[in-house]
Design a protein around this ligand. Structure first.
Ligand code: F0G
Length: 362
C-alpha cells in the first residue's frame, strides 16, 4: 500500500538556507534573512526535447521572489553580512543583483547602496531597487567600472560587498544545481546557462560537484555557458573594453569570476561560447510562445546556445539536458515590445464582428 500523503501545507518550502543548511556557510546563530527563494520549477520543454531528440528541462529562475536567480546567493550573503555586524551593503549591478540585494537588505534593515551603469538597466529592475529604498547611484560607465567602485567603497568604508566576488554568494547559488538533481533523481548530461560576470556557472559547478562527491549523484554534467557576442571576453580570451548587447544583464567586459568559470568549463568537459543578439531575441520569443515562459533577453542565452549547437550537429540524441533561464521577462518589457507595433496595433470599435475579422476568425 502506498504511504499516505502528508497533509497539504505540512511541508512548505523554507528558502534555500533552511532547505540546504548543512551545505552552506551558516551556523545555528546566523540570522536567516529569507524571502522563501529557491524551489523553482523544472519545466519540461516539448519543442527543445523534440529538437534535440532528448529530454530538455528549463530551470525557471524568474520564479524567485525578486524575479531572478540572484535571490539564492543574496539570502546567504545578506544573512552572513548581518551575522558579521554589517550596517550597509553595496553592489555593482546590471540590475538583477541590485533588485535582489535591495529586497534582502530592506528585510534585514540594512542600508543598500547600488551602483548601476547609467541609462543601461531595464526599467523594471530600477523600479525594484527604488521600491526597496535603495541609494541608487548611476555611474557614467559600464558594469565593470561599477564593480571597481563597489570594491573601492568596501575596502575603505564600513560597507559589505555582496557582489559574487563575495564567495558566500556562490555558495547560495549552488543550491540550484542541488534542486535539479533532487528533482531529476540524477545529474543531467548537459547543463546550459548564460554567462555574464561568470559567478553562476561557477556556482553550478560547485553544486554539481559537491552532490557527486557526497554520492547524491553518480555523475556531473558538462557545463555549457553562453556569452553575448558583443560581450564575450571569455570566448575571446581577453577583456572587452566596451561591451555591447541587447541582453543588458550580461553586458560585462571583464567578469570577476573569469578563472572560476574557465575551471568549471574545463573540469566539467564543457564549453563557453557566444550567441548573437539575434539568436538571443529569437530564443526569448520561442520560450515565450512555445513554452509559456517569459524571460528577459539575457536569460535566453542558454536556449539560444542549445539551438545553435543542435544546428551545428554538436548535440548527441538521447541526452538529459537542463537549461537555466535566469530572470523574468517582466523586468524588461521595453525590449520585449520593441518592433512589435505592427502586431499589436489593431485598434477597433467595440464590436464582435470587427474583433473576429482582425483576429482572423471570420
Ligand atoms: N542572467 C541574468 C538575468 C543576469 O542578471 C545575470 C547577471 C546573468 C544571467 C549572468 O550571471 O553574472 O553569474 O554570469 N547579472 C548580474 C547583475 C551581473 O548585476 O544582476 P553571472
Amino acid at each position: 500500500m502506498a504511504a499516505p500523503e502528508p497533509p497539504r501545507g505540512a511541508r512548505p518550502w523554507r528558502g534555500v538556507i533552511e532547505e540546504y543548511r548543512s551545505w552552506l556557510p551558516v551556523d545555528a546563530d546566523t540570522p536567516v534573512v529569507s524571502l522563501g527563494e529557491g524551489g523553482t520549477p523544472l519545466v519540461r520543454s516539448a519543442w527543445l526535447s523534440e529538437l534535440t531528440r532528448g529530454e530538455v528541462h528549463l530551470k525557471v529562475e524568474g520564479d524567485n521572489p525578486t524575479g531572478s536567480f540572484k535571490d539564492r546567493g543574496m539570502t546567504a550573503a545578506i544573512s552572513v553580512a548581518v551575522a558579521e555586524g554589517a550596517k550597509a551593503v553595496v553592489c555593482a549591478s546590471t540590475g538583477n543583483t541590485s533588485a535582489s540585494m535591495t529586497a534582502y537588505a530592506a528585510r534585514a534593515g540594512l542600508t543598500p547602496i547600488v551602483l548601476v551603469p547609467h541609462g543601461r538597466i531595464a526599467a523594471g529592475k530600477m523600479a525594484q531597487a527604488v521600491m526597496h529604498g535603495a541609494e541608487v547611484i548611476q555611474v557614467r560607465g559600464g558594469f565593470d567600472e561599477c564593480l571597481q567602485i563597489s570594491r573601492g567603497l568596501a575596502d575603505s568604508y564600513p560597507v559589505a560587498l555582496v557582489n559574487s566576488v563575495n564567495p558566500v554568494r556562490l555558495q547560495g547559488q549552488k543550491t540550484a544545481a542541488f534542486e535539479i538533481v533532487d528533482v531529476l533523481g540524477a545529474a543531467p548530461d548537459l547543463h546550459l546557462l548564460p554567462v555574464g560576470n561568470a559567478g553562476n556557472i561557477s556556482a553550478y559547478w560547485i553544486g554539481f560537484r559537491e552532490y557527486a562527491e557526497a554520492g547524491l549523484a553518480a555523475s556531473t554534467p558538462r557545463l555549457w555557458g553562453f556569452q553575448a557576442a558583443g560581450a564575450a571576453p571569455i570566448v575571446r580570451g581577453e577583456p572587452v573594453p566596451d561591451p555591447d548587447t541587447v541582453a543588458t544583464a550580461i553586458r560585462i567586459g571583464n567578469p570577476a569570476s573569469w578563472r572560476l568559470a574557465e575551471a568549471a568549463r574545463d573540469e566539467s568537459g564543457g564549453r563557453i561560447d557566444a550567441v548573437t543578439d539575434e539568436q538571443i531575441l529569437t530564443a526569448q520569443r520561442e520560450l515565450g510562445s512555445r513554452d509559456g515562459v517569459f524571460v528577459e533577453p539575457a536569460s535566453a542565452a542558454g536556449v539560444a546556445g542549445l539551438v545553435a549547437a543542435v544546428q551545428a550537429g554538436e548535440v548527441d540524441p538521447g541526452l538529459t539536458i537542463t537549461i537555466t533561464v535566469t530572470g523574468h521577462g517582466l523586468k524588461d518589457t521595453e525590449t520585449a515590445l520593441r518592433g512589435v507595433d505592427s502586431i499589436v496595433d489593431s485598434v477597433i470599435d467595440a464590436d464582435v464582428e470587427a474583433a473576429a475579422e482582425v483576429a482572423g476568425l471570420a
